[in-house]
Design a binder for this molecule. Structure first.
Ligand SMILES: Cc1ncc(COP(=O)(O)O)c(C=O)c1O
Length: 366
């Protein structure tokens, strides 16, 4: 830090220069985040000074968090679900597994059993909590092989996880089958719907993946992905709100006596922004948003196949993967662990962007 500060103009101009170095959204084809909705940005600023970590100081903002959690619970078929807003899917997955560990203290060498598709946040979780991570191979269509999963659980299994909207292929595990395994083994069942939670409910004929499935104990669901919220905004939902109590620590000098969240200070700005988007768009708005992303995904698949790429799966969400070749220069795509070219067709990946990209693919091959 320098001794003397700079003018506002100087600071803003310096930062604008660095911001200009960032890639433009219209060439980012593999991110699970997108441009936040303008109402989220406006509300974010309105709530920028709030801290949900000390709720007694911000009763209004705390009510907004309650409203957000209630809306997300409704979306997941359990309006009375407990929950709080996290920094994203990583924290939600970590906290869910922390809870699972607390609930099964008798597990001497605790393990969790997760699909091969599991996000790397589970690796971090196991590292932090000292857990063995058992990885279940893929069965059909890049979803978890539930027969193998049933064979891999044992009395030391504290949790099984299913992914509803896998990071790499956008697939949805057989959540009812995973929940049955958890019930049989008497362990916790966590559904990672960090990405899919804002997509699957708005698809035509969505599969069961949420609290409508008996035995699902917790769900990760991120407004900062397909919920168009400002970053960072995730959420962890629990079927039984009381269970959060197992994470409580005493907080003697705050306006509340106990805290179960991972972070102490927590932003209210992104939470209020996320709620604003939900209130503003409603189910109708999200249905239209998801329908648009799906239409664009289908266009991308058709265009890529016309250029000789092969789809790896039939997309059921707005994620597509292909074998064969690379993407043209200037476009950001990613690769799955198996080396497939991976796209996430977020709302910023419009039809025009896709046509432009496909034209570059065709030119690259000419
Ligand atoms: C299925 C899934 N779970 C968890 C995460 C981690 O979310 P975050 O990066 O918000 O911590 C991601 C990120 O893409 C994800 O796709």
């Amino acid at each position: 830090m320098e001794d003397k500060g700079c003018s506002r103009e100087e600071v803003l101009s310096f930062l604008a220069g660095l911001r200009a170095e960032d890639l433009h959204h219209d060439h980012i084809l593999s991110s699970m985040c997108t441009i936040p909705h303008p109402i989220a940005v406006a509300v974010h600023e309105m709530f920028s000074a709030t801290n949900l970590g000390d709720p007694g100081l911000y009763p209004g903002t705390t009510k907004v968090e309650d409203l957000l959690i209630h809306s997300l619970g409704e979306l997941m078929h359990l309006p009375d679900a407990g929950g709080y807003s996290t920094s994203g899917g990583t924290e939600s997955n970590l906290q869910a597994i922390r809870i699972a560990k607390k609930l099964k203290p008798e597990a001497k060498k605790p393990n969790i059993v997760v699909p091969a598709s599991a996000h790397f946040s589970f690796d971090k979780t196991c590292d932090m909590l000292g857990l063995e991570m058992r990885i279940v191979p893929y069965g059909t269509n890049y979803t978890v092989d539930t027969e193998k999963m049933a064979e891999m659980v044992d009395k030391n299994t504290i949790a099984v996880a299913a992914v509803a909207g896998t990071t790499e292929y956008g697939m949805i595990d057989d959540v009812p089958a995973v929940a049955r395994i958890a019930e049989e083994q008497d362990c916790f069942c966590h559904v990672d719907a960090a990405f899919g939670g804002f997509v699957i409910p708005f698809l035509e004929n969505p599969p069961l993946f949420d609290f409508a499935v008996p035995g699902v104990d917790s769900i990760s669901l991120d407004p900062h992905k397909m919920g168009l919220a400002t970053i960072p905004c995730g959420s962890l939902l629990l079927r039984d709100p009381e269970v959060f109590g197992c994470l409580n620590v005493d907080t003697p000098y705050l306006t509340v006596k106990k805290q179960c969240t991972l972070a102490g200070t927590r932003p209210g700005a992104d939470v209020a922004g996320a709620y604003a988007v939900i209130k503003h768009l409603g189910r109708e708005g999200f249905r239209a948003l998801v329908a648009g992303c799906m239409e664009n995904t289908r266009r991308l698949v058709a265009g890529m196949e016309a250029c000789g790429y092969c789809r790896v799966v039939d997309p059921i969400m707005n994620v597509a993967a292909f074998t064969g070749g690379d993407a043209p220069a200037g476009w950001t795509v990613s690769h799955t662990r198996a080396g497939h070219l991976r796209f996430v067709i977020m709302p910023h990946v419009t039809r025009d962007v896709i046509e432009c990209f496909l034209a570059d693919v065709a030119a690259m091959q000419a």
